[in-house]
Structure formats: structure tokens, C-alpha cells
Design a protein around this ligand. Structure first.
Ligand SMILES: Cc1cc2nc3c(=O)[nH]c(=O)nc-3n(C[C@H](O)[C@H](O)[C@H](O)COP(=O)(O)OP(=O)(O)OC[C@H]3O[C@@H](n4cnc5c(N)ncnc54)[C@H](O)[C@@H]3O)c2cc1C
Length: 407
């Protein structure tokens, strides 16, 4: 079997690792001429970390990421709403890792180059489309590059997937839900536990997600943040577009809390990146004969619950298992879709309506966006747990499923 993977992002590299481990010959075709360290922070919950460790990446990930120990939710007034342990401390057999996307990408790339050899990673190959018949698939590229032939093609070419566009020509642009995001990193002293994934404020007034992603020898950390504000923007969906501090800093100007001076953190972050919160409606099908979609090409979702990278990695695992079951390729790709499409569609919908930070929204609404004296009277723990547990079940990272090997 000879498989072409289009796109060398997180999903494409994880797919290459899983397939090569299963003894399947793969080649990667990536549009970028050079794989640069791009993006900011990403969370990998235990359902993703379990798989990355299975791929032999425990040691390099431990060197670059932070093992996050706690989730904390605060109001816009800096009042603690809810906290709970995360990863190993919560009882999972695998940690929760917060990491710079560039570090995660580099760890996957190093492992891929070792597993399949650099001659099988083709940079500067922007895919423009494909043609298939009963025997195989021809993949076409721009810039006069020769087409290649493969037994099957896995489209891992992200939210603007060229292959998805060919399969669904009428789909158009990603769906913008009215929230804009600014993202950045700054080096600073550890805050809270030094390993806390912190969510602050409701989306109606402006929300921040803040967590450390790298430790330095001098005791400082690289602290990642994402600001979300309900605002219409015409910014393109380009992960590398730079943004302006003055466009969002005023919403957080008074957020100087005893546990973190947020305006100082935002001001210390250069550059700031801007990205509209977009996703796409779930599709009825990903697999068409010898072609299938994976990761953001299949199910781009709001980056709200730590599942964008994780679900791409899980896709890769399930796809490899189906392809190694034997039988024909088309059956395997169809079985992969059956296993993954309904679940990921549900995550896309849940990230729109009831992500984990929904508990901040509810508490703030009920307290009239004012400080409160008793959180139990506003949003009892049982209700908070219910929302968070429900999200974990939908995204398959509840402890029973992960430790039981089902997720
Ligand atoms: C530059 C960049 C920065 C990002 N930064 C963040 C971040 O800071 N935080 C976050 O949560 N998520 C970020 N993401 C998205 C995140 O990586 C994905 O949501 C998630 O990891 C799923 O991975 P994926 O492989 O499906 O998609 P991606 O990681 O987006 O990878 C898609 C890959 O396909 C390549 N590609 C695109 N079109 C073509 C084509 N026509 N032919 C060949 N190759 C193609 C792209 O160059 C890219 O390498 C970023 C993505 C990119 C590309």
C-alpha cells in the first residue's frame, strides 16, 4: 500500500507516524517550502497524550511541554469560580500537556523524518486537487509540479483544505460565529500553581485563556494567552496574521488581579496574532472511494476545548487501525469515517454551544456580571461538574474512557 498524505501539520505528521508504524509506505506533500515554528499554545489532554506516548514521544514531549496540573475558572472580577486537578493529578494514567504548537510540530516532524526518511517529505507541494479511478488516485500540485499517483490519499490540509473544496465545491468560506481572537506569548514569572490552565471572564465582556507552555532554566515561563471578544471582523482566517494590542487591550485594562497582572502580560507579548473564531458545519461524508479527510480538513472546530490537535491525532490512530485490519482500502477509509465522523461532528457543535467555559458564562449571567459572595448560591458545584463532565464525555476524555483504553 502506498499512501499520500496531503499536509504536514499536526494531523498529517501524526498520520505518517501511525501508518509507518503499521508498516504502510507513506509520502507527505506539504504546501509550505519550509516548516517554520508557527502558532502559539496548544493543550493536549490525556486522550491525545496517551497516543503520542504510544508513538514513542514521551521523552521529547516531556522536554518541551508543561505537565499541567490544574484547571481554574475566574470571573472578570478575578474571583475564583471553580478549580479542579488536571492530568495525572486528576487520576489519568497520562498527563495533560500544554505546549507551544511549534514545539509539538517539531517533535512530530523529528519523529516523522526518522521514521520515513526526509526523501518522503515533499515540501513546496501545494495540492490543487485529485482524480481517482478504481486503481488509484492522481494528486495534482500547483507551480508546474508533476502529479503523483497513490493507492489512497489522506487530506490533512487544514481548515482551507483544497481536497475538501474539490469534494464540496459549494461550501465556501469557514463559518464566523462573531467572536474574534487575539493570541500571544510572553516570558514571565509563574502564576498560580505554575501549571494552571486558567479561563477568565465571560465572552460577553471579553474572555481570556492563559497557561504556561515552556519552562526556562532561570525559573521564568513562556505564558500563552488567547483573548476572545465578540466583535465582527474581516480578518482572513490566517493563523499567522498579526494583530494590534489597541484593538483588544481596553477590554482587559483593569484586569490586574493578585494572582496575575493581565494588562502587563498582554503588553509584554510581541507579536500579537489575530484570528477569527471559525469552524465549518459538520459534513455528511469524508470518504469518497480512495480519498478521505482528517483533522481540520474534516472537522475544523472552535479552539475552545483543547480538542483541535487532539482529535486530529485520534483520527490518525483510528485510520491506521482500520487500514491494518486487512481487506480493501475503500472499506478501511469508510470504516474510519463511520468511527470518527459522528463523534467529531458532536464536538464541533458542542464547542459552539457548551464548551467548558460555559460555566463562567452561566455564573456571570446569574450574578448580573457583579462580584458575588457565595459561588454555591450562584452555580453549585454539582452543576459545574455536570457541565465539565458532559464536555469530557462528548470529547472522549473522561477518565474511564481514557484509562480504560477506549478513548
Ligand atoms: C501555521 C499554523 C498555526 C497554527 N496555530 C495554532 C495555534 O496557535 N493554536 C491552535 O489551537 N491551533 C493552531 N493551528 C491549528 C492547529 O494546528 C490545528 O487546528 C490542529 O492541530 C489540527 O491539525 P491539522 O493537521 O488538521 O491542521 P493544521 O495544523 O492546520 O495543518 C494543515 C497543514 O496543511 C498544509 N496545507 C494547507 N493547504 C495545503 C495544500 N493545498 N497542499 C498541501 N498542504 C497544505 C498547511 O501548510 C499545514 O501544514 C495552527 C495551524 C497552522 C497551519
Amino acid at each position: 500500500m502506498n499512501i499520500a498524505i496531503v499536509g504536514g501539520g499536526i494531523g498529517g505528521l501524526a498520520t505518517a507516524l501511525y501508518l509507518s508504524r503499521a508498516g504502510i509506505a507513506v509520502r507527505i506533500y506539504e504546501a509550505a517550502r519550509e516548516l517554520k515554528p508557527l502558532g502559539v499554545g496548544i493543550n493536549l489532554f490525556p486522550h491525545a497524550v496517551r497516543r503520542l506516548y504510544e508513538l514513542g514521544l514521551e521523552e521529547p514531549l516531556s522536554r518541551v511541554g508543561i505537565k499541567t496540573r490544574q484547571f481554574a475558572f475566574y470571573t472578570q472580577h478575578g474571583q475564583l469560580l471553580h478549580e479542579e486537578p488536571s492530568g495525572l493529578l486528576a487520576g489519568y494514567n497520562w498527563p495533560h500537556i500544554s505546549i507551544h504548537r511549534a514545539d509539538l510540530h517539531q517533535v512530530l516532524l523529528d519523529a516523522t523524518l526518522k521514521a520515513i526518511g526526509p526523501e518522503r517529505v515533499h515540501l513546496g507541494h501545494p495540492c490543487t486537487g485529485f482524480a481517482q479511478n478504481a486503481e488509484g488516485v492522481d494528486v495534482h500540485f500547483s507551480g508546474g509540479l508533476a502529479s503523483i499517483r497513490a493507492d489512497a490519499v489522506i487530506a490533512c490540509d487544514g481548515i482551507h483544505s483544497a481536497i475538501r473544496r474539490q469534494l464540496y465545491p459549494g461550501e465556501g468560506k469557514p463559518v464566523f460565529g462573531g467572536i474574534n481572537m487575539w493570541r500571544g506569548v510572553a516570558r514571565g514569572k509563574p502564576f498560580l500553581s505554575g501549571a494552571t490552565l486558567t479561563r477568565v471572564g465571560p465572552i460577553s465582556t471579553g474572555k481570556l485563556v492563559i497557561y504556561p507552555i515552556r519552562d526556562y532554566d532561570d525559573g521564568t515561563q513562556l505564558i500563552n494567552w488567547v483573548a476572545e471578544i465578540r466583535r465582527h471582523v474581516d480578518a482572513p482566517n490566517d493563523w499567522s496574521k498579526t494583530g494590534r494590542l489597541e484593538d483588544f487591550l481596553p477590554a482587559f485594562a483593569h484586569w490586574r488581579f493578585p494572582w496575575l497582572d493581565i494588562p502587563a502580560l498582554l503588553e509584554a507579548s510581541v507579536p500579537v496574532l489575530e484570528y477569527p473564531m471559525v469552524d465549518r458545519d459538520p459534513l455528511p461524508r469524508w470518504t469518497f472511494g480512495r480519498i478521505t479527510l482528517l483533522g481540520d480538513a474534516a472537522h475544523p472546530m472552535y479552539p475552545r476545548g483543547g480538542n483541535g490537535a487532539a482529535q486530529a491525532i485520534i483520527d490518525a490512530d483510528v485510520l491506521a487501525r482500520e487500514l491494518t485490519r486487512g481487506g480493501d482500502i475503500e472499506r478501511a477509509l469508510a470504516a474510519y469515517e463511520t468511527a470518527r465522523l459522528p463523534l467529531t461532528s458532536e464536538i464541533v457543535r458542542t464547542n459552539r454551544t457548551k464548551p467548558p467555559d460555559h460555566i463562567i458564562e452561566l455564573a456571570e449571567q446569574r450574578s448580573g456580571y457583579q462580584p458575588f459572595t457565595d459561588i454555591e448560591a450562584v452555580l453549585p458545584k454539582a452543576e459545574r461538574d455536570d457541565i465539565l463532565d458532559s464536555y469530557r464525555r462528548t470529547t472522549q476524555f473522561d477518565i474511564a474512557a481514557v484509562n480504560g483504553g477506549k478513548a
